[in-house]
Design a protein around this ligand. Sequence first.
Ligand code: SF4
Length: 277
Amino acid sequence: MPRGITPRRPARSGRQDRVGKVVVQKPEARIASSRTGGAKTQATPKAKKKSSYDPLAPDRIAEILRCLEQLYPGATCALTHKTAWELLVATILSAQSTDVNVNRVTPELFRKYPTVEAFAALTPEQLEPDIRSTGFFRNKSKSVVGAAKKIVADFGGQVPQNMADLLTLPGVARKTANVVLGTWFKIAEGVVVDTHVQRISRRLELTTNSEPQKIEQDLMRVIPREKWILFSHQIIWHGRKLCIARKPKCVDCPLENVCHAGDKTWSTVDLHKDAVG
Ligand code: SF4
């Protein structure tokens, strides 16, 4: 039996009807169709309906945002920090690691080196043992020490508050800059695109791209600017809690009725094979 068409519980009332504009084929009809080799499929109406589907329709985007708000109200960054500099360091360390892992390392790290000037006085080799457990520690040491030196030399010891200056720091690309600008300075300059945002944006058909920069541009077009900061955090939490990479918990997901991801584990709506994380 094809994946994703077995109704293990009744659809929630109302919401599924709206999605029905796309294609809602009853499971019995699909089963009959597969048994007859597709001879009795309803190909014509299916094609017509599918062409009217717009994954970026404002009411669909609003429903996604509503569900995220319900699931993760006030979501924020999970990296422990007390200053913009600490958040910058923690974000650099979080690459290819988990926030939990970084949070294990940073309290002692910031106790040992309490200021950006203290980091700037180090060599990368001196820092390596302290951040080893976060992985890729040689590159991360170079980035953190390099960023500290540049902040002290060029920005008066203050983390810059704009994208252009942040991008001049070693080891800082748009994702890290957006985390610092959004979380610490509350400046919505872009959308944080990490691995969760990449995966879920594709599953929800908010983008067809796979490059972070293009995904960010797509999200900036469809998500209202005042939601950019919160949306990133909500999607990251969703990626941790429900929409996990290998086996999303679709049966528990309130977004299920508006999600046509081709790699869903359970579905009341048709799957779109290209919408995979
Ligand atoms: S229904 Fe499944 S794939 Fe879609 S957003 Fe929810 S958990 Fe992710």
